[in-house]
Ligand binder design. Structure first.
Ligand code: NAP
Length: 278
């Protein structure tokens, strides 16, 4: 049976440390404050924003929410971001995605000042990550790297296979793992015979959004399995992209869903807000 990587516990430990750092900043007269922009009424986004607000409250980070109507024009969105860039009381800016079709999310991310880009989506920060320079790393990949660190999982020389190539998870993960000297392979929806790659992997990181996609026979014994997927079944239950019950019998380490990568994502967002405030 694999060791379960307890993201919930690790995230709590990180948040407790951040609370102390936040208090120290306040004593120096620096007030960490996060501005979150949400457009429209996407239900899942509302839950994510509520969780971010709760985490900020717990740590002592001020939280300002900008709820915009889904009919907002691109120039109005850009003007708001520019206003927040100039506001010295705001230390971090986050644009909750998805945003309505018709709005240009790339221009919006490009407009967020790199030093306030706590999600790490501004191309300047993406570029710095690819050059292995200090930057804001997007929160889900950053949280996964922290898990490896906390559990003493060294990626150097390991075959890491990433399933999924999204801008927010898969792609930044490629750089994060390369920066740790792993040999990285990326699979996506056009990859043929995915199991040929996963079977050779020392570490498999799955972020595709397909419930229980990774089966026991697709991995080698003692592989490390990181499950990013969040899938809600008809019964309302959450499942990951990995068949946890069976795969956990064969893997050496595995993250559960819920309680694995998810809590780490929010903890690393908080970490980035404190970093931006510093
Ligand atoms: P996304 O933007 O939809 O990207 C999905 C990726 O998976 C794409 O690269 C796609 O390939 C690939 N893919 C889809 N079906 C595939 C298949 N059958 N075989 C191989 N690759 C396949 O998703 P995302 O935003 O990265 O999120 C992925 C999952 O992680 C979702 O369940 C999401 O809810 C979850 N998530 C969790 C957290 C967290 O904090 N725990 C954070 C972010 C996301 P193509 O590029 O070829 O289309």
């Amino acid at each position: 049976m694999a060791t379960i990587i307890d993201g919930k516990k690790l995230a709590q430990e990180i948040r407790a440390k951040l609370k102390i750092e936040c208090e120290e900043l306040k004593q120096k007269g620096i007030i960490p404050k996060l501005a979150v922009i949400m457009i429209g009424e996407d239900k899942a986004s509302q839950v994510y924003v509520r969780n971010k607000s709760k985490a900020c409250n717990e740590i002592g980070i001020e939280f300002e929410e900008y709820l915009l109507n889904e009919n907002i024009k691109q120039n109005e969105l850009i003007e708001l971001i520019e206003k927040l860039n100039k506001d010295t009381s705001i230390k971090g800016i986050l644009l909750q995605s998805p945003i309505p079709k018709g709005l240009d999310i790339n221009e919006a991310f490009r407009t967020i000042a790199p030093e306030k880009d706590v999600d790490g989506f501004n191309p300047v920060n993406v570029g710095k990550l690819s050059l292995n320079q200090d930057t804001f790393v997007s929160c889900t990949p950053y949280g996964i790297m922290k898990m490896f660190e906390a559990y003493g999982i060294d990626l150097e020389g390991k075959n890491v296979v990433i399933l999924g190539r999204s801008n927010i998870v898969g792609k930044p993960l490629i750089q994060c793992c390369l920066n740790k000297n792993a040999t990285v392979t990326v699979c996506h929806s056009k990859t043929k015979n995915i199991e040929e790659y996963t079977k050779r992997a020392d570490v498999v990181i799955v972020a595709i959004g397909k419930s229980k996609f990774v089966k026991e026979e697709m991995i080698k014994k003692d592989a490390v399995i990181i499950d990013v997927g969040i899938n809600r079944g008809e019964d309302g239950k959450l499942t990951g992209d990995v068949d946890f019950e069976k795969v956990s019998q064969k893997a050496s380490y595995i993250t559960p869903v819920p309680g694995g990568v998810g809590p780490m994502t929010i903890a690393m967002l908080m970490n980035n807000v404190i970093k931006a405030s510093k």
